[in-house]
Design a protein around this ligand. Structure first.
Ligand SMILES: *Cc1c(COP(=O)(O)O)cnc(C)c1O
Length: 363
């Protein structure tokens, strides 16, 4: 058997058809492409953390239920006692766990454009992924289209990112409620950007038996730890827990997350600075001729560039030392769009200067 015959004999056709999720190399660049918190920890906090890690028992397996961490997260989110929590190696892993639990060829639905991992993981598992276009001017939910797609495809899972990535807006709350009510399956409200938004569905867990809320510590400032959590009724969490690998949250992550989240005031200050900068960057973008930024409830801004210039502008900005995200390749409403993460004030200034310069180059 030749090597390529062997591979097509062994690997599922859905996997053969996929391309890997690519992460750009940011070496030497100002990194504003991945919604990371740009700030590090206060020196005194770092030292306290190191002191703690010194005694982390790496010869032992981690606590499979991460009990202390779950307790910390429950306190932080204030979810009522009747709800349970599932931890994942990033919320990406939770998405994967959820979709692995579905029957073969189930339908999975989300608005488009949306978070790429919903489709990527659905594809890898041979599920039927349905992307329902958002309204083109506001990027809000097209409720009639969503309800029609729900009726037609009977999705077992619906993902709604709140705020949405890559559009940064919060969808209409009443429309979300309609979707939860109309859904024959689970609805996951993905609150990855909760630290930057003033809205949440956590307090509505009580109202709907099919509602789950997912969060992550990544965007808050702990992307390197890989920790996400899903909250909902114990009966649902219990089923998902069966397919979770027993030690998916390693000891260093458990210890570090408990420590960081129990000393959280510096994160809150950083979040505040990021939100202030978000307003400044939005204003600056609004003043640039040819640039249309969209409102943001997250730590990034999507903006439109003059027709057919997105990739040139992206490359020019990169050549000037700043890495943002080029959305043009995704097509549709994103054809002329770029996405920038809010960084430190000096990083945002560098981005704006580079953008101005690239716009001058165009003329
Ligand atoms: C970044 C992001 C995630 C993934 O977060 P991790 O916990 O780092 O895996 C999930 N959903 C949305 C909408 C995101 O933007």
């Amino acid at each position: 058997m030749t090597q390529s015959n062997l591979i097509s004999h062994v690997i599922r056709k859905e996997v053969l058809a996929m391309s890997a999720y690519k992460v750009a190399d940011a070496t030497g660049l100002v990194k504003l492409d991945a919604m990371e918190n740009p700030y590090s920890w206060p020196e005194a906090i770092k030292l306290k953390w190191l002191e703690l890690l010194k005694d982390c028992p790496l010869n032992r397996y981690p606590d499979p239920d991460a009990k202390t961490l779950v307790q910390t997260l429950k306190q932080l989110t204030q979810i009522p006692d009747q709800f349970e929590m599932l931890l994942g190696n990033g919320s990406d892993e939770i998405i994967q766990l959820l979709l692995m639990a579905l029957p073969e060829a189930s339908a999975v639905l989300a608005p488009a454009p949306g978070f790429v991992m919903y489709k990527q993981i659905s594809d890898s598992l041979g599920l039927k992924y349905i992307g329902v276009p958002l309204l083109t001017d506001s990027f809000d939910l097209d409720l009639p289209a969503m309800l029609e797609a729900i009726e037609q495809h009977q999705p077992r899972v619906i993902f709604l990112a709140y705020p949405n990535n890559p559009t940064a807006n919060l969808f209409n709350e009443a429309a979300i409620v309609e979707i939860i009510k109309a859904s024959p399956g689970l609805v996951i409200i993905d609150e990855a950007y909760a630290p930057f938004a003033s809205a949440s569905f956590l307090d509505q867990l009580d109202c709907y038996g099919n509602l789950l809320v997912m969060r992550t510590v990544s965007k808050l400032g702990l992307a390197g730890l890989r920790l996400g959590y899903l909250m909902g009724r114990p009966e649902i969490i219990e089923q998902l827990n069966k397919i979770r690998l027993p030690y998916n949250i390693n000891s260093l992550t458990q210890m570090s997350a408990v420590f960081a989240l129990s000393n959280k005031t510096f994160f809150d200050e950083q979040t505040k600075m990021i939100c202030t900068e978000r307003g400044l960057v939005l204003n600056a973008l609004n003043e640039l001729n040819g640039i249309t930024p969209f409102p943001s409830a997250a730590n990034f801004i999507l903006f439109k560039t003059p027709e057919n210039t997105a990739t040139d502008i992206f490359l020019s900005i990169k050549k000037q030392g700043v890495l943002i995200k080029n959305m043009a390749g995704q097509g549709g409403v994103l054809t002329d769009c770029l996405r920038v993460t809010i960084g430190k004030p000096e990083e945002n200034r560098a981005f704006l200067e580079a953008l101005k310069c690239s716009l001058r180059e165009l003329n």
